[in-house]
Design a protein around this ligand. Structure first.
Ligand code: ZN
Length: 177
């Protein structure tokens, strides 16, 4: 598809009001195009934060805070996935300067949990450990969402999407390690 042609083709404005913004869940997931949330979470309205390796940067944390404090979202899902190139880069010890901004946050949570790239039997296990680590980072953050999780008004979950399956599935990350 030619993107320039797509966005420059005139479309008639609908003229209607935008729908109310009331998502069901905040999803922090990877930028990987194969992670298709509408197939993985059918019927749910998702407030999506995407960055390679689904890591929780300061900007991501601020977006989560906005969703829970201003949009009333009560569920936060950190969703890793199988065959994740970002987690794979950490596992392979890649130190490319251009990639460090997403590899470092993975390294931070992995080393905090005592994991090394050799700790895992499979890349999927590493993706699960990263998802759990990023979820713990949200929970333990000095932020509104951290407070709300501790109060019990917001729930945070870590999971891994199997993007290789013919029908997409999501498994709790803790079941994979
Ligand atoms: Zn990925």
């Amino acid at each position: 598809m030619d993107l320039h042609q797509f966005i420059s083709t005139p479309k008639s404005p609908s003229g209607s009001e935008p729908p109310e913004h009331s998502p069901d869940v905040v999803v922090i997931t990877c930028a990987d195009a194969r992670v298709k949330l509408q197939e993985l979470l059918p019927g749910l309205s998702t407030f999506e934060i995407r960055v390679a390796g689904n890591s929780v940067s300061p900007g991501a944390l601020s977006s989560i805070n906005y969703a829970v404090a201003h949009l009333g979202v009560q569920q936060v899902l950190v969703l890793g996935h199988t065959s994740c190139g970002a987690v794979g880069a950490w596992c392979d010890g890649i130190a490319d300067q251009h990639l460090l901004d997403f590899i470092k946050p993975i390294e931070t949570v992995m080393s905090a949990a005592g994991y090394r790239p050799t700790s895992f039997e499979s890349p999927t296990q590493a993706a699960a450990a990263n998802a759990i680590g990023q979820a713990e980072l949200i929970m333990n953050s000095d932020s509104r969402v951290g407070e709300m999780i501790k109060e019990g008004s917001v729930q945070v979950l870590a999971a891994v999407a199997d993007i290789s399956a013919s029908s997409p599935t999501i498994l709790p990350a803790s079941s994979l390690i």
